[in-house]
Design a protein around this ligand. Structure first.
Ligand code: UTP
Length: 464
């Protein structure tokens, strides 16, 4: 585009204010700003601003929603047993058919930690970081089944450099670069609400933020991850979020149910503790599984009960999924059809005189769980919250989902594992286990010494 065409296209789309400090900028900054503007699909953005995509009638949707097809915690709901599922999952692990995806591109604004969340020290006794919790465990699982599991870590411009720097400084936490791929997701501009004007964060910089965990699809494609995984023989991907240190790495039972059901996408869920709990609701509508966020689900639907008095819409999303690689391939080749969701936030910008100010803004994000309605045989697997979900979302002091809550959950889980293996642990004592010594109830029972009597707080550490 010539300069004149560029300016007129920006102005035509109502974004001329982006160039209001242009004449003050040195050539380098002008070039950088122009590049940022050119990378935005302004026409698409205008459609989003006008809300052309927002025609969802949640009242109507919710009135048709029922619980999703699910395998319950007691094993009911499947035509096969939990043992058969475990066998199928373990076979896939032994055959090297699993890869893992960890998303770590979020800005972590609620936590108030000024570095990428993955660097947050969460190990209750070990102080191991969230990245270590995930990477050590996945390495241990791969080692246990005799086949290393490749890991695909998604970062964003907000977290990429610091993540790479951290991994470099820590020798990639013992991982080979061939098996640990770190790739960066895309961004979306924030716009002022309700005008729809793109927000300038500085005179030469647009307020850009990561495009949501649904940005995974484009990022996988642009970085050749699916091809890389295919070459390694990977057929299924286990998906988790970096801020949940409790999630299992490639749980063979979940994987097995997913395989036996020939599901394109399987999601682990937990039973909601009460009707209005602030978790996404995994539901089925007209035969398609989908997630309705708590904020979109009308209260009457959330409170609907079954004849036995239990919640009709009981399945809470914990953002643990299994994807068939072929399904991801297919959805990518059809073009990214994931819708955008809106988050309304205060955003820092400059007024006309260049002074800092805060405005009401909207951020646009895609969510990976919106792939569910596109999946054949989509399935929910009920897990226990105490073994699957302890997200680190909020700063200390909040009511839930704080680092303290997550640490307590890890300690309680490791205590349960040891006690069920016969250990006696004094009441006030804390225990944490390095995953190489056991990463679930079974492996702890197999690998930890018998008859343990733990009288003081102990980190069962693994040394290479
Ligand atoms: P959240 O939506 O909870 O966001 O992300 P967040 O960034 O962790 O925290 P807040 O909302 O700013 O306080 C859930 C998971 O999805 C990842 C996050 O890194 C986290 O693991 N995520 C989120 C991405 O990878 N990219 C995104 O664009 C958004």
């Amino acid at each position: 585009l010539s300069w004149v065409d560029f300016v007129s296209s920006v102005e035509q789309l109502g974004q001329g204010h982006l160039l209001r400090f242009w004449n003050e900028l040195p050539p380098q900054s002008q070039e950088s700003l122009r590049k940022q503007v050119e990378q935005i699909d302004l026409v698409r953005l205008q459609e989003l601003v006008q809300g052309k995509d927002q025609r969802v009638d949640f009242e109507d949707l919710a009135s048709r929603a029922i619980a999703p097809p699910a395998v319950l915690a007691d094993g009911s709901g499947a035509r096969w047993s939990a043992v058969e599922a475990r066998d199928a999952g373990q076979a896939a692990l032994r055959e090297g058919k699993l890869g893992m995806i960890l998303v770590a591109g979020g800005q972590g604004s609620r936590l108030g930690f000024d570095r990428p969340k993955g660097l947050f020290p969460i190990g209750p006794l070990s102080q191991r970081t969230l990245f270590q919790m995930h990477l050590d465990r996945l390495a241990a699982v791969g080692c246990y089944y005799g086949r290393a599991i490749p890991l695909y870590v998604m970062t964003s411009p907000a977290t990429h450099e610091e993540t790479i720097d951290y991994l470099e400084r820590n020798h990639w936490l013992g991982w080979s670069r061939e098996l640990l791929r770190v790739f960066c997701q895309g961004v979306m501009p924030a716009v002022e609400f309700p005008s729809g004007k793109i927000i300038l964060e500085a005179k030469d910089r647009i307020a850009l933020s990561p495009d949501g965990h649904g940005g995974l699809l484009n990022a996988l494609a642009q970085n050749g991850c699916l091809q890389h995984a295919k070459e390694l023989g990977v057929e299924q991907f286990y998906y988790a979020q970096v801020d949940n240190p409790l999630v299992a790495s490639c749980d063979p039972v979940v994987v097995g149910h997913h395989l036996l059901a020939q599901s394109d996408m399987t999601t682990q869920v937990v039973r909601k503790r009460h009707a209005l709990e602030r978790v996404g609701n995994v539901v089925s509508i007209d035969g398609r599984v989908q997630i309705i966020e708590y904020s979109d689900l009308p209260e009457s639907a959330a409170k609907r009960l079954l004849p036995d008095g239990s919640l009709a819409l009981w399945a809470g999303n914990i953002a643990v999924h299994v994807f068939q690689g072929a399904f991801l391939d297919r959805t990518i080749s059809l073009g990214n059809q994931l819708p955008f969701h809106r988050a309304y936030k205060k955003i820092s910008t400059l007024d006309d005189q260049g002074k800092p100010q805060q405005v009401d803004g909207v951020k646009f994000e895609r969510f990976i769980f919106d792939l569910l309605p596109l999946a054949s045989n989509a399935l929910a697997i009920e897990g226990k919250g105490e073994d699957a979900f302890a997200p680190v979302k909020n700063a200390e002091g909040a009511e839930g989902d704080t680092p303290t809550h997550a640490r307590q959950a890890i300690l309680a889980q490791h205590r349960r594992w040891l006690e069920s293996a016969g250990a006696v642990i004094a009441p006030q004592v804390d225990v944490e286990i390095h995953p190489r010594l056991g990463f679930d109830e079974r492996t702890v029972a197999e690998r930890m010494p018998k008859g343990l009597d733990v009288r003081k707080t102990t980190y069962f550490e693994f040394s290479f």
